[in-house]
Design a protein around this ligand. Sequence first.
Ligand code: SLL
Length: 160
Amino acid sequence: PSRVKGIQVHRPFVYGSLATPFPTNTPRPSSIPPEHTHRWTVYLSPLSPSHPLTPWLKKVQFKLHETYANSTRMIESPGPFEITETGWGEFEVQIKLFFVPEAGEKSQTLWHALKLHPFGVEGSEERLKMERGGEVRSECYEEVVFSEPVEGFLEVLTSP
Ligand code: SLL
């Protein structure tokens, strides 16, 4: 299949995590180990409804810390591309993006540092908000660049 010269197609998305501490004074499900302090979700999601992922993203693999059972988790399109778990520690999550077959592109890997605890400059508004609310979100904006896509894939990418 021939590549379309001189064309680059950018597709935005966001990825990150949201963690919430378990309340200390209320009982919780007995299925959750006592040493677990937080529930968290790690995700890869569209920037907005006008930037769907499904035209180019086939599946996403999340690789968690080895302390988790079945630490390699695959989520197929259309998602939602997210994993929710409970735990006690922060670690780096490997997020591997697999593209639709029409793309003819290799997978791409990115890393996200799961945050459970408030971070940032002490006294800053961002940090105070986390300290008050308990919820800790860490999110990044990213774009994949399809450089000189093959003809069939360019059609898929640019069809409404
Ligand atoms: C740390 N380097 O020591 C990190 C590792 C691992 C966190 C954190 C799993 C708990 C479970 C969990 O929270 N792992 O499956 O019981 O901080």
